[in-house]
Ligand binder design. Sequence first.
Ligand code: CO
Length: 213
Amino acid sequence: MKNTYYHQLLENNKNWVKAKTDEDPDYFEDLSKGQKPPVLWIGCADSRVPANEITGTHPGELFVHRNIANMVVHTDMNMLSVLDYAVNHLKVKHVIVCGHYGCGGVQAAMQNKSLGLINKWVRNIKEVYKDNKTELRKIDNEKLRFDRLVELNVKAQVYDLAKTSIVQQAWKDETGLEIHGWVYELKDGVIKDLRVSMDSAAHLDEIFTLDLD
Ligand code: CO
């Protein structure tokens, strides 16, 4: 094997382990005892949006789920399992959906090009477009329309989180769970809080509120 980039990753790992243990000999031993992260991060799989790095957090602080365009899809067993585990077992206090401007998944949804398997995933974002068509059509500038769809998509995912029985049960049990929507700007690294946070089902359309025990 001649791929030096690949070998470099393992080399980087050795250096990282050394730096961490030089600083604190018990670093890994302590982390291995268990996790109690206060946050579940639902972000895009994009390589330029590393959850820990952009929030200044360390191993043990963020429970992370990432997929194309940070989607909360109710038939996605992976996402639901992560959400259930994070809320009911790890007892996270915050669920943050973090999208990003320039998201390839959102951009793909704005076009009519067929993308094979990805069509099925992107379809969920097309629904967000359709639901907000009146607002989006008023934006002449394509870049600004794209940015707005990124924001509207995050907002829709926050609402989709609120529609799950997992989140509604936590609210009913008054665990203090809050859900939030953010957008990361690739061009300057700044996170914008969309101010769509929810800590109860109060603002959810009543058709989505579930009768829970
Ligand atoms: Co993306």
